[in-house]
Design a binder for this molecule. Structure first.
Ligand code: FES
Length: 101
């Protein structure tokens, strides 16, 4: 398990996605009222950034054509042709850490 510090908790506001480069990948990190989740940032449909999409609960909507991604599981709706990877996020009192393994 390789935990990577991705920054202070205040960088990850509730209800917004934050794009982070880590381990050669671009992930989108979401704060759903104190629970943190991370998925691949790139929408499998045409490559838009999930981090730029609006959130409702634990679902984010792709800003380009409206595919949704469930941030807890990575399950995506059409027009996305596939789901996305998820990554475990943990936090201590000051920082967030993501497990890219
Ligand atoms: S790029 Fe995301 S739904 Fe098309």
């Amino acid at each position: 398990m390789a935990l990577t510090n991705i920054g202070p908790v205040e960088n990850f506001p509730v209800g917004k996605g934050v794009r982070v480069e880590v381990g050669g990948k671009t992930i989108a990190v979401f704060n759903t009222t104190g629970q943190y989740y991370a998925i691949d940032d790139m929408c499998p449909h045409r490559g838009a950034s999930f981090a730029d999409g609006p959130m409702q609960g634990t679902t984010v909507t792709c800003p380009l054509h409206g595919a949704t991604a469930e941030v807890r599981t990575g399950a995506c709706s059409p027009p996305s042709p596939s789901d996305v990877e998820t990554y475990d996020v943990s936090c201590d009192s000051t920082s967030l850490f993501v497990d890219m393994d």
